[in-house]
Design a binder for this molecule. Structure first.
Ligand code: UDX
Ligand code: UDX
Length: 457
């Protein structure tokens, strides 16, 4: 007999790992994850998980069938639940009012209505997906517009996990944030959510706030992280014009304890499902309140990210004698960062599309993201190949482009790669990942971000 029933709607990158960790630490709770996507649920149940995340398959295997269950029966599980986490996707709107900026809340609203319809008792509904500020109020209104005489309490509990380190982040979060209404029932609901996390997280790391602060904090945390990446990337452009080295600058700046060393790695730009979406959301909210200067400020973070990707493409084309028509180029890495198969908003997409538009022939290698690459580049079928072996990808290529910071790229045999390539052989390291001096000594012309080129031409 379980003490409480937890339901999570949305078995994606957020819902799946979060619920697996909750189930792992809360054997007294029954955790069910539901999703409308049958294939996804089947994969969660099969042991061949739909997402790659280090450490995830082990904890899923341990809890699956004991207190962790995956199902497509959304309605059937709603009424059994005491607490319902909602982590359905909230993509940027592509149509109508706020297109290109505002969050598309249709799945959230549908889910809220579904919860309402299937419930015979009141429940705590937890916002896990990132949502615009004040969504909880809107969702609360929908949920409370019932004639069943039941009350729903909407609590905000934003997710701060980063892909690739999701399990570590869930096990050892810097903080868990729970936002609730200041009413008696709001505070009681908040305590129930706090109780879940108390199973493994020290009290001082569980912080509470009002709902709006919680919703806004998530957007702001991501905006600040993305802003650091764009800031360092602007300085990388300046470094390339001077004799400064971005790695040295980032180190010197990051050692100031007020600034700190994290998120100062210059590269081909940030990707992922959250940064751009959340900043656009923030700017949309600011504009809605007439705060145009605030909106323009944050918009620049996204603009600089595109600029950095364009700069990287230009670096490749100009150094390859201004033409890449028909040239084979090996792309190492397609996911938006290392240790994930996720390609959403990956800088590799824009870089590859630009190279394909210039009529290059791409051989793409990624340890986990080849399926995503095939989907993203579908329009260019016939102009690229997917390679499971990096040496195959590089064989006969004029250049190797590092687009993702997979650690294993730094341990490859670059002498072997060099020998198999067309000459002159180029490496464009969009993540400043490799040992450039060594590559130069092998014979490569090495071009990188924010550092002088090691060119043989
Ligand atoms: C991401 C972000 O990380 C999160 O912050 C954002 O707010 C939503 O998008 P993620 O878990 O990565 O969350 O999204 P995704 O992997 O797309 O998972 C969402 C899941 O919800 C999908 O499996 C989808 O099938 C499911 N879903 C969607 C439902 O079950 N019902 C719906 O009505 C809509
Ligand atoms: C982010 C937030 O970190 C997380 O808290 C939130 O819940 C979801 O959004 P995620 O997108 O998974 O997580 O990855 P993150 O590690 O933040 O990296 C985002 C992008 O920035 C990646 O493309 C990464 O390569 C890039 N990045 C990060 C840099 O280019 N330089 C850096 O120094 C750090």
């Amino acid at each position: 007999m379980f003490k409480k029933n937890i339901l999570c709607i949305g078995a994606g990158y957020v819902g799946g790992p979060t619920m697996a960790v909750i189930a792992h630490h809360c054997p007294d709770y029954r955790v069910v994850v539901v999703d409308i996507n049958h294939d996804r649920i089947q994969q969660w149940n099969s042991g061949n998980l739909p997402i790659y995340e280090p450490g995830l398959s082990e904890i899923v295997a341990e809890a699956l069938g004991k207190n962790l269950f995956f199902s497509t029966d959304v309605d059937g599980h709603i009424d059994q639940a005491d607490i319902i986490f909602v982590s359905v996707n909230t993509p940027t709107k592509t149509f109508g009012l706020g297109a290109g900026k505002a969050a598309d809340l249709q799945y959230w609203e549908q889910t809220a209505r579904q919860i309402l319809k299937a419930s015979s008792t009141g429940k705590i509904v937890v916002e896990k997906s990132t949502l615009p500020v004040k969504t909880a109020a809107a969702i609360g209104r929908i949920l409370d517009s019932n004639d069943k005489g039941i009350h729903f309490e909407v609590v905000s509990n934003p997710e701060f996990l980063a892909e690739g380190s999701a399990i570590h982040d869930l096990e050892h979060p810097d903080r868990v944030l729970i936002g609730a209404r200041p009413t008696e029932s709001g505070q009681a609901a908040m305590l129930q959510v706090v109780d879940i996390y108390r199973h493994w997280i020290p009290e001082e790391r569980i912080i509470t706030s009002n709902v709006w602060s919680s919703e806004l904090s998530k957007l702001v945390a991501n905006a600040f992280l993305a802003q650091r990446v764009s800031s360092i990337n602007t300085i990388s452009a300046l470094c390339e014009k001077t004799n400064a080295d971005i790695e040295e600058v980032a180190k010197a700046v990051g050692m100031d304890s007020r600034i700190g060393p994290k998120f100062l790695k210059a590269g081909v730009g940030f990707g992922g499902s959250c940064f751009k979406k959340d900043i656009l959301n923030l700017t949309y909210i600011a504009e809605n309140y007439g705060l145009f200067e605030v909106a323009r400020y944050w918009e620049q973070v996204v603009e600089i990210n595109s600029y950095q990707q364009r700069r990287f493409v230009n670096l490749i084309i100009t150094n390859m004698f201004n033409t890449i028509v028909g040239k084979r180029i090996a792309i190492f890495g397609f996911s938006f960062k290392a240790d994930t198969g996720d390609v959403r908003e990956s800088p590799a997409i824009n870089v590859c599309q630009a190279l394909l538009d210039e009529k290059a022939v791409l051989a793409i290698h990624d340890p986990k993201a080849l399926e995503g690459a095939a989907q993203e580049l579908g329009d260019y079928a016939g102009q690229f190949s997917l390679e499971t072996d990096p040496y195959e990808a590089a064989s006969g290529a004029h250049a190797v482009v590092i687009a993702t910071d997979w650690n294993e790229f730094s341990t490859l045999d670059y002498k072997r790669i060099y020998d198999s390539m067309e000459k002159p052989a180029f490496i464009f390291d969009g993540r400043n990942l490799l040992d450039h001096q060594k590559l130069y000594e092998i014979g490569f012309s090495v071009h990188r971000i924010g550092r002088p080129s090691l060119s043989r031409i």
